[in-house]
Write a protein of this length. Structure first.
Length: 206
């Protein structure tokens, strides 16, 4: 995977590209994260648990618990929600430039955050097809707590390994689970979007 990291004062951004991966594989990943979360970052992730699992065709509102330890040695038990695009601030949505995307909100570091689940910040992952595979961009944007450049360096190192590892397992996992036709156990949602900023919406998720 090729990647470049940048910081713009509001967030940290990782531009990346992969060969031999399709947008549909990445779409599938976001509804099936528990199947390969350890493979996504073998040295820092622990098994993922769904607090609220995605349903076939619509992962919006799903919440996953993602225990992990970053490069600075801090263990985090993150509660992360798949956001409805209409609930995301317009200035955050302005970062979306590719054909597929997921915007998730960090809600907190323990179960108590579910009592008043307000985003601490957002993570945007977006991607689209190229002749060789996919091109994409991942962004870390703080809201309640501003994303500093120092914070961004730690996140970008973690994210670069996550996104890079897609090349090591995603085509194989997608192919293996293609035999599971029961969508309760192998859900899928097309994460194609249309519009820009205030008009950004999913094409196929209602």
């Amino acid at each position: 995977m090729k990647s470049v990291t940048s910081y713009d004062g509001k967030g940290t951004h990782l531009d990346w590209e992969h060969e031999n991966i399709t947008p549909k594989m990445i779409d599938w990943f976001w509804s099936n994260m528990e199947k390969s979360f350890l493979l996504w970052h073998p040295s820092q992730h622990e098994p993922l648990i769904w607090e609220k699992a995605p349903v076939h065709g619509n992962p919006v509102g799903s919440i996953h618990i993602a225990p992990q330890t970053w490069n600075d040695g801090t263990r985090q038990n993150l509660y992360i929600r798949f956001e409805a695009l209409e609930d995301v601030p317009e200035w955050v949505k302005e970062y979306v430039i590719y054909e597929h995307c997921v915007i998730v909100a960090g809600l907190g570091l323990g179960e108590k955050c579910l009592e008043n689940p307000e985003p601490m910040g957002y993570r945007i992952h977006q991607w689209e097809k190229t002749d060789y595979g996919v091109v994409g961009k991942s962004s870390a944007i703080g809201t309640k707590k501003k994303e500093t450049q120092e914070d961004g360096v730690i996140w970008a190192a973690h994210c670069e390994e996550e996104v890079g590892n897609w090349g090591n397992f995603l085509p194989q996992m997608y192919a293996l689970f293609s035999v599971v036709k029961n969508t309760k156990f192998n859900p899928y949602a097309d994460l194609s979007v249309e519009g820009k900023g205030s008009t950004l919406k999913y094409k196929y998720i209602k």
